[in-house]
Write a protein that binds this ligand. Structure first.
Ligand code: CA
Length: 348
């Protein structure tokens, strides 16, 4: 068990006045007990002139201890996290908690309601909108509130992603290479505690607009995930998410009980550079030649692209640039120029 407040606690944070937001929470985050409520944001529109958006939020607070901010629905078409966080709120006895758990199971709620990656209101991709703007679009206003009113309260943030409609993954919990190596080590230990089949250390080439960097630059513990995908979830991926969320909370001492081992030990892996990714330069029908979870060798064919209008033309073959585990793939049967095809991870 570690004490995440030991190195990144902000004892004076509650005395700082956060910047004004158009969002009002319907519940008190500081009162003991468990409650669901909403972040309320006015949204005047054609079908509701004086309407508002109500983003579900839950709090469990008991005794003293760190504050965890648990987020899903950053992208609206990713489901394991949305399910696990609803379950966590509804099934966790208050007395099992030491500290505070804030649950935001559908952060980009307009996108969650339409089952789309981005917001149907402003097209906003939430994970490119951070730290947000108080006077911006709906997506930017939500990001701004999360940055200044929720991340500011938290000692650790868990942001649960999956592949959505266009990607699928071998389930993994991930952290980043950080200049603060002590923080990076703590994040790696938390990702390993999650207990997914893979724990990944990623080099984020450009984290502009991402929640990840906002949390990490504040010196706080951050873990993210990719838990399968293809626009839905499976019994297996939901089991991994449910165990993982509770494991991270147990690891930091907020939730009672021991970390529960995964079905196999977590394989710690790395995606060191852009050669881990294969991108299509052609449009057509996507024929995968390797499935998720299979080992590939450098130079091995991984996919063929068939030309729709030219059935007699030889398909283009794409190859892996590296030896490793095929950890991510493109999902739709058709590919476009510039689409991601596969990604490969290597052992740490
Ligand atoms: Ca995502």
């Amino acid at each position: 068990m570690i004490d995440p407040t030991a190195e990144c606690g902000h004892p004076h944070r509650m005395t700082e006045t956060p910047p004004a937001s158009k969002i009002s929470p319907s519940i008190d985050f500081d009162a003991p007990g468990k409650r669901w409520g909403a972040l309320v944001l006015a949204h005047s529109r054609d079908d509701s002139a004086w309407g508002s958006i109500r983003i579900p939020i839950g709090v469990i607070k008991n005794g003293t201890g760190p504050t965890a901010l648990l987020i899903a629905g950053n992208h609206g078409d990713e489901y394991e996290g949305q399910i696990a966080l609803r379950r966590l709120m509804n099934e966790t006895p208050v007395e099992d908690v030491s500290g505070t758990i804030i649950v935001l199971p559908g952060m980009n709620f307009p996108a969650v309601r339409t089952g789309t990656r981005c917001s149907p209101i402003d097209g906003g991709n939430m994970n490119r909108a951070f730290p947000g703007r108080a006077d911006g679009t709906i997506t930017q206003i939500i990001a701004h509130y999360v940055t200044h009113h929720l991340v500011s309260r938290a000692d650790l943030v868990l942001d649960l992603h999956s592949g959505g409609k266009t990607l699928d993954f071998v389930p993994f919990a991930a952290t980043h290479r950080l200049p603060d190596t002590a923080l990076a080590d703590r994040a790696r230990a938390a990702a390993q505690a999650f207990g997914a089949p893979v724990g990944l250390v990623m080099l984020e080439l450009d984290d502009t607009g991402m929640l990840d960097g906002v949390v990490e630059r504040a010196g706080k513990l951050f873990v993210t995930t990719e838990l399968a995908g293809a626009g839905s979830s499976t019994a297996s991926s939901n089991r991994i998410a449910w165990r993982g969320v509770r494991n991270v909370l147990r690891h930091v001492g907020i939730l009672a009980g021991e970390v529960e081992p995964g079905e196999a030990p977590t394989r710690m892996m790395d995606m060191p550079d852009a050669s881990c990714f294969v991108t299509s330069e052609h449009a057509g029908i996507h024929e995968p030649l390797v499935d998720l979870g299979e080992e590939v060798l450098a130079g091995q064919p991984v996919a063929r692209i068939h030309f729709l209008e030219e059935p007699g033309r030889e398909p283009v073959v794409y190859h892996s640039e590296r030896d490793g585990l095929l950890i991510g793939r493109h999902i739709p049967g058709l590919v476009k120029t510039g689409d991601f095809l596969i990604s490969v991870a290597v052992d740490l």
